[in-house]
Design a protein around this ligand. Sequence first.
Ligand SMILES: C[S@@+](CC[C@H](N)C(=O)[O-])C[C@H]1O[C@@H](n2cnc3c(N)ncnc32)[C@H](O)[C@@H]1O
Length: 376
Amino acid sequence: MFGKPPKVYAGAEGVRVLVPIRGYLTPGESLVESLRRLSATDVFRDLARELEVWPPNSCISNIERVVLHWLIYETRAKAVLEIGSFFAGTTLFLSTSTLGAGSGRVHTIDPYGQYRVPYILRTWPAALQAMTTYWPKFACEFLVPNAHLPEFDVILIDGDHGYPSVLHDLFASYANARHGGFLVVDNAEQHQVLDGCRDFAMLNPGVEIARLAITGTDSQGRYVFEIDDALNRIDTSTAFVVIRKPRQIFLNHNVLGFQLNDFAGMVVRKVQVSVRNETARSIVMGGKLHLRALDRDANLSPKAYDLGQDFSVIVPPGRTVAQLTTTRLNLPSDAGALRRFVEMDLFTSAPGDRLLIDRVRIDGLDVKPGRNFPSV
Ligand SMILES: C[S@@+](CC[C@H](N)C(=O)[O-])C[C@H]1O[C@@H](n2cnc3c(N)ncnc32)[C@H](O)[C@@H]1O
């Protein structure tokens, strides 16, 4: 399901061909600026016109479809996710666009669509069916940490619009998005959706936000819209938010957790954290390193052997490689442990301090925030 996409091609039988849009992500330009520049072009306006009536069952605005198309082309998307399939109208669009942009897969999830979506997909051109997968799951079932999901280039968040779900979908999508990838959040004219976006942005320094709000129509019936980064305005008929995940990993006062699962050894020999301090003053990076093991009788008494090591490193302006020392798991033998993992938490010690993480290595293995499975 997550493997290599089949070899299909744009222009395959029955597949609509959409004009390619790329080349509008200029380094140094903000997302709002890029979107403003793009939306002033003829190619944007013409495609928006074409998408006013296609696909018929898509529940998002044609403007949002053009933006998704652009992001899919710009990222040459290999993996796209839609949370909330409904009648798969937007799914058809995402798949058509992804096929045109190269060779990617589209996953669409909806816990209530099992008696609808598979049958709709079967009416599609074969090439699109082959690269699209429907999952009858809630977002919280699909975006679980150890599901071996691909890193998504573009994720459309359009499931449950209550604040707790929106916040979950944002955090879980973010964790599963490629660095430099995009989240698009529909219905940002709704309070709970916008509140979710605002709180998510507050807790994730380094993300870039753009809000596109439809404010009316012109004399030819085309949508008039505004683009900004305001996440406190509910005065429009419909709006959506685009979030760019930064290429780098930022570290601030919130803990960033790294977990190396199925760790083979009993000792961590070397941990290297390479960070950049872009400010003019020193910043203190704090951390905690654990080696944990769960006993074989974990089902009876889940005992975690925990050899915590606290550390703090002063990071002067510029680049620093902090090297941490050996920690040993206090177990009588290898055989005693059912499951072992190394956990490391990193944070800056003062609110407002921010570091850029270049690389984290545990015993020679590169690890990213979240769970890492070296054996898979
Ligand atoms: C607004 S519709 C989606 C519209 C669709 N994306 C489109 O553009 O045509 C919302 C869908 O989200 C689904 N949904 C509700 N809760 C969900 C959840 N927790 N995870 C995923 N999908 C959910 C609903 O069943 C519904 O079909």
